[in-house]
Design a protein around this ligand. Structure first.
Ligand code: PEP
Ligand code: MN
Length: 348
């Protein structure tokens, strides 16, 4: 599917009233930077008793906003009933949410309900960090003859996201793009952040990773929004954010840039070689430790020793300007591989 780049979808988390949809849509259209109006009509809420969407009643509000502003309209569908109820309103784009994408039964049902459609269908990443599941969701749609499929990266739940609502885990989205390079991928920084103050930063990271666009939540009066109030931006604030967002080029022909880049890349390549050689050496030492442990009937894991290593490495890393997060990821990978190598020795 070919999209204008950057492709910007914006609108409220939920459609709440005709007034709210129209005023938000007009604000967004006035920016001149928004390509599609979004609004959730059926809301997959984590807990019951919260606002679960206005349902079909909200669909005429969206078509009216389309008439008034000329903006194409999009909503989320999570089951066959949603697809059927939305059909008479001829929405321009539908998307499948992160909770639906995580459930193969739901995905199959939605895919069958969408059979043969040539409307763009965007698939958010499943809530859990499983690229295969995201691929499976796309494959189910493709198998039902859905031709125009796009991806939305909205972050992953439950991974200790720090100050963010959902951990971006950029590498998973990049892996998805590697596997399905023909699909456009946009970023949903609103659901990654959960809080409006971080959105510009995450959106810029996505632009610098060559995403094709953004889906950003915008509400005419965010503070009183019935869902996701903290992460929504007014259309004016969105305008400022989109103005500041830099869509940098993939290449530069400047000769000084090319020469400097080549020099730095050589340094990186040689450092990578050294890092790998050192890691291989470290693993050989781990194997030797495994050997003497086996000979002396000593088990592999020594908790106190590992805590000691972690503590020292953390102090050193911080003084070297490496982040705690990175250190833990790196140490975990090294530790798991060391244990695997010692396991091999024990089995011999
Ligand atoms: C949404 O876009 O409002 C939404 C429910 O998002 P997600 O499926 O990413 O949780
Ligand atoms: Mn939302």
């Amino acid at each position: 599917m070919e999209l204008k780049k950057p492709f910007i979808i914006a609108g409220p988390c939920s459609a709440e009233s005709e007034e709210q949809i129209l005023s938000t849509a007009q604000g967004l259209a006035a920016t001149g930077k928004v390509d599609v109006l979004r609004a959730g009509v059926w809301k997959p809420r984590t807990k019951p008793g919260t606002f679960e969407g206005a349902g079909v009643d909200a669909l005429p509000w969206l078509t009216k906003a389309r008439e008034v502003t000329g903006l194409p309209i999009a909503t989320e569908v999570a089951n066959a009933k949603h697809v059927e109820s939305a059909a008479p309103y001829d929405l321009d784009i539908l998307w499948i949410g992160a909770r639906t994408a995580a459930n193969p039964f739901s995905m199959q049902e939605v895919a069958e309900a969408l059979r043969g459609t040539d409307k763009p269908i965007f698939v958010k990443n499943p809530v859990n960090g499983e690229v295969d599941l995201w691929c499976g969701a796309v494959e189910r749609l493709a198998a039902c003859g859905v031709k125009n499929i796009g991806l939305i990266h909205r972050g992953f739940s439950g991974f200790g996201a720090g100050h963010l609502r959902n951990a971006p885990m950029w590498h998973l989205a990049l892996e998805m793009r590697r596997r399905m390079p023909e699909l456009p991928m946009i970023c949903d920084p609103s659901h990654i952040c959960g809080c409006r103050q971080y959105i510009a930063d995450i959106a810029q990271q996505a632009a610098d990773l060559n995403y094709d666009g953004m889906m950003i939540e915008s509400h005419i009066n965010p503070d009183v929004a019935w869902s996701d109030a903290k992460q929504q931006l007014t259309p004016d604030a969105l305008n400022v954010l989109l103005d500041a967002l830099k869509w940098r080029a993939g290449e530069s022909n400047s000769e000084t840039f090319q020469i400097a880049l080549m020099g730095l890349r050589e340094q990186i390549d040689s450092l990578d070689r050294e890092i790998l050689q050192l890691l291989a050496e470290r693993m050989n030492v781990a194997e030797n430790i495994g050997r003497i442990k086996r000979e002396n009937d000593v088990r592999i894991l020594q908790e106190a020793r590992w805590e000691d290593i972690t503590e020292r490495a953390l102090t050193l890393s911080l003084s070297l300007g490496l982040s705690e997060n990175f250190l833990h990821t790196l140490l975990d990978a090294i530790h798991i591989e060391s244990i695997n190598r010692q396991n091999e020795v024990m089995k011999r």
